[in-house]
Design a protein around this ligand. Sequence first.
Ligand code: ADP
Ligand code: ASP
Ligand code: MG
Length: 417
Amino acid sequence: MTLIEYEAVPEVAVDPHPQRGTVVMKFGGTSVAGPERLRGVAKRLVSAHEGGNRVVAVLSAMGATTDELLSLAHQVSARPEPRELDMLISVGERISCALAAMAINDLGHRALSLTGSQAGIVTDTKHGKAKIVDVRARRIHESLDRDEIVLVAGFQGVSTEQDVTTLGRGGSDTTAVALAAALGADRCEIYTDVEGVFTADPRIVPGARKLHAVSYEEMLEMAASGAKVLQLRCVEFARNHGVTLHVRSTFADVEGTWIGEEDARMLEKAMIAGVTYETDEAVYEVEGADPAELFDTLADAGVNVDTVIQIDSALVFSAPPEDRRDAESALERLGAHWRERAGLGKVSVVGAGMKSHPGVAARAFTTLGELGVQSYFVSTSPIKIAFYVERADVEQTVKALHDAFDLADAAAARAHA
Ligand code: ADP
Ligand code: ASP
Ligand code: MG
């Protein structure tokens, strides 16, 4: 059995005298894609402000801006310098914030846009996947005290070496939660293009149901295994600092999904929270390497090793696809015999009820058997079973497991936390 060890989240200086009524509202890329949508976000922020809240908004880059900037960099250079890449891709979030501030001013309210650095988001020096080590929120407080709506560019900070850093794809979620923790906010609302966290990605399972409540542990496993709706690190932060998250739609005024401590009512009816997937898994087979040396070298290269399996002198491990280049050069440096087992994806079943209900593995294996899908290997935690399968089998496996656990069934709906 493998257990994912989540990294310890550094302390951020939490406001000793939190102001009542502070709300952090984060809007994702689709929510701010275009002038009309940005004006819509501005209206939402203004109405939260008129409702008597101190409003801090965290915005993502508009639509596909980050992808476009990355592609531009790769058209100019085969191996862009990580520092310069961060200078480039951090710009998208700043554009959204400046435009939203203009729209808010036009609505007769005052707003201030800030870069991550100006907002006091201090990170380590790992470009492209920096971690927040401190939040120095003085400037945000001053602006809120002047009754302004504060707009913070998501996904970025300033390193302890004074360089602009970014927090990894989906990192605006983490900016929002770190600010909510540091400001002692009442709520952290994550506005996105779906109505909440679903039992599976609604884009591939049309019958997926919105979950009313998900525990931190389940959401950690779901985010770690492909549910892109929240960045993994944001969930770690929320759990470690006790920030309740509300994931909800930008486009419909309906209740979304609450993420917080496990509550008996969450598990009353549904032991499985959902089925998640990754279409690209980087899996390596290594022969004859010293495991301590191997994993040391990978750690030095900043590769986040996930599942590890050892059989005699053979080691198999997986790592995030975005770490592929670093993993490959580390393996080359080591001079080990290795190859990538290409073409794999991963499908996971996640649910806190698994701890106390036997039979989940049996049902999952039976489902794969009936489909005729082979799994290359399986990894488990107390609340997750993950199957590494051929990429072409991912979608049908997700759908079949979703059916097998009756996740579309209204009777399996979870009670509110
Ligand atoms: P944003 O730009 O708002 O941050 P993301 O694209 O990062 O939005 O995340 C939202 C997307 O996550 C949804 O559009 C959906 O396709 C995908 N997703 C994957 N798994 C899930 C899930 N279990 N529940 C909800 N959304 C999911
Ligand atoms: N714009 C960044 C990305 O596309 C960060 C985010 O949206 O959260 O990954
Ligand atoms: Mg996102």
